[in-house]
Design a protein around this ligand. Sequence first.
Ligand SMILES: NC(=O)c1ccc[n+]([C@@H]2O[C@H](COP(=O)([O-])OP(=O)(O)OC[C@H]3O[C@@H](n4cnc5c(N)ncnc54)[C@H](OP(=O)(O)O)[C@@H]3O)[C@@H](O)[C@H]2O)c1
Length: 257
Amino acid sequence: MRVLLLGATGNLGSRLIPALLAHRHTVIAFVRSREKLRTLISGALLDNIVVVEGDALDSAAVEDALRTHECDAIVNAAGTRIKDGEQILGRIATSISSAAVRVGKQRGGKPLRAWFIGGMGSLEYPGTGGWHIQDYLPARMTDHHRETEAVMKAIPTTDLRWTLLCVAMMAPDSKDIKLWEEPRGHTLSVAARSPPDWQDSWVRSVPLIGIYLNLVPVIRSYTTKLEDVADLIAGSLAEDARDAQVGELIGMKEGAK
Ligand SMILES: NC(=O)c1ccc[n+]([C@@H]2O[C@H](COP(=O)([O-])OP(=O)(O)OC[C@H]3O[C@@H](n4cnc5c(N)ncnc54)[C@H](OP(=O)(O)O)[C@@H]3O)[C@@H](O)[C@H]2O)c1
């Protein structure tokens, strides 16, 4: 697919470049600074992608990039939690998704495929009768991801074939961002709506507060490798038959290698 990648200078976005190339996608990196990207990734990677400069909050610029480069998919790894005291994730999600919806409509109602990144708090907390993990966490830890979730859920999948990947924490396997010879072959377990392979800690049985304390060790167990997450997204785009992930909130957990 021809993929517009936002956030390519970030932790996840930079790993998405080799992952998307390894899965044989064409990468159009939409970045605020071409120069910054050049300092972060190998020359071989840079030679294999198209770079467009712009701001993700500029919806018209995102739309123009999608049209000019004939993209049929979009991966949004852009956004920092708080910028100058302001939550911007929801605004970025609105800007990018509305551009993608407009382009789909211009193409006669052929919606683009899209992956957005949210937080694990948006998933259901197993064993609570339908409450969500974020309902048991301080609002300041979850508000920014709730905004992204609200933006995505308001978009019909007939307008944009979106998936919201709900991430706990991600850590790098390697600092080097360079070409992959082949797809990584991640071993992430994946599930829709609630986290896969959930295992409560013993603290959950503590009266009253156990249900809150339980989340500290359990969420930590959902830490994933950035490279695996990149491989998951790139691979899922390659097998676009995975309609089961369209319009869904997806959780993931590292499996055994
Ligand atoms: N890392 C985690 O453990 C974690 C956990 C849960 C959720 N997430 C979510 O996953 C996503 C990726 O995380 P990350 O750790 O890779 O983030 P990151 O390293 O902070 O990267 C953020 C990226 O967004 C770009 N960006 C920010 N504002 C932009 C704008 N207005 N226009 C264009 N680009 C913009 C940054 O570009 P510049 O280089 O120009 O600043 C950078 O490339 C984020 O949405 C984050 O909230 C991450």
